[in-house]
Design a protein around this ligand. Sequence first.
Ligand code: CAA
Ligand code: FAD
Length: 380
Amino acid sequence: MDFNLTEEQLMIRDAARDFAQTELLPGVIERDEKQQFPAEQIKKMGELGFLGMMVDPQYGGSGLDTVSYVLAMEEISKIDASASVVMSVNNSLVCWGLEKYGSEAQKQKYLVPLAKGEIIGAFCLSEPEAGSDATSQKTTAIDKGDYYLVNGTKNWITNGNNASVYLVIAQTDVEKGHKGINALILEKGMEGFEIGSKENKLGIRGSDTHSLMFTDVKVPKENRIGEDGFGFKFAMKTLAGGRIGIASQALGIASGAYELALKYSKERKAFGKEISKHQAIAFKLADMATQIEAARMLCMKAAWEKDQHLNYDLSGAMAKLYAADMAMNVTVEAVQIHGGYGFVKEYHVERLMRDAKITQIYEGTSEIQKIVISRSILSD
Ligand code: CAA
Ligand code: FAD
């Protein structure tokens, strides 16, 4: 077992750390307050190769491993989780799904600009009445010969307004249940494709979350990903990797809050000494550091399994479950260590605490991760 990172992995981690400090930190509080999408910063992330990290260079990507991706996600998420969710969706859900299952023509047309970060993508599974219960798709994609006619509504779509390409999951044949679901590539601007208003959120407020409405959208047959009826499996397989991305996001949010709390605890004095010298605070920091390290190991294990072409459904779900719950706990403690200062925006930890909450909800709630994990461990 080798816990050492390679030179290349260290270089990626440091590049992401530098980028986060110099490009994301200035303005992060203001973007959160104004719910402003980090458009300029995302463009630069694309230029640096952070939006197609694992994609083969022949399709415009950086050709890196998943371990490097986890390292970069942690660093970006320490500073700006609104930027890191854009990165996670584009890398893990959109680029990965297209590279793994897309046709050569789809890769040339869509994957190349997505991996280069020239455009960004969105992954559209959730609906007003189908969130956790993802097989209950109400959006329909009726087979009309050489095109699908798409009708319905998607909810909570990350990059909803800023994306150019949308991977949309829809029901073609109700009788076949989940085996009658397809994954289709839609483009912004297709006739009948409307973008709803932006959600006003508790956290990750810089990311844009929208509902999408489809009214008789004609989607050419060549935009279907994989065989007829592959759409639900496509979504599940894609989400298995996506969960590694969100686990790393949770890890980064927690380690960002921990680093701030550690620093603050060595500066702030109460009762004649630094608060870190009060055992109650020192023990909080010990718990936080231990939980963060445990989450990091789970993320790395899942990433390593993916890189080794092993099955990572279980390890990815465990990483997400643990890291999300851990991030919630650690960020609450980071606010506590800051006392009253933790409750105001300048100290960053209140934002990290609000951002942590979403990691227990999206890409499968913590309860859904427990379903995935329990089914896996009980299956033999
Ligand atoms: N790989 C391949 N196939 C899989 C699979 C996987 N990881 N997981 C399930 N399947 C297959 C099953 O084998 C089954 O197919 P067969 O009948 O051919 O065997 C089919 O999918 C249906 O599976 P289940 O019977 O297990 O379905 P279920 O109704 O019990 O639900 C679930 C399973 C795991 C709960 C699933 O519905 C789920 O993951 N729900 C959560 C949805 C989710 O994560 N949404 C996230 C949206 S994206 C997002 O949120 C982005 C963002 O935040 C930024
Ligand atoms: P529900 O499924 O209604 O769940 C409500 C509660 O019931 C939860 O606590 C849940 O865990 C619990 N529950 C449900 N079923 C069970 C069960 N069987 N056993 C135990 N407990 C259960 N979706 C996309 O497709 N693409 C995106 O880009 C995207 N981005 C998002 C961004 C944000 C900011 C948000 C808030 C959501 C996003 N989502 C996205 C949607 C997200 O994936 C769903 O919100 C999530 O899957 C939960 O679905 P739901 O909101 O319908 O909750």
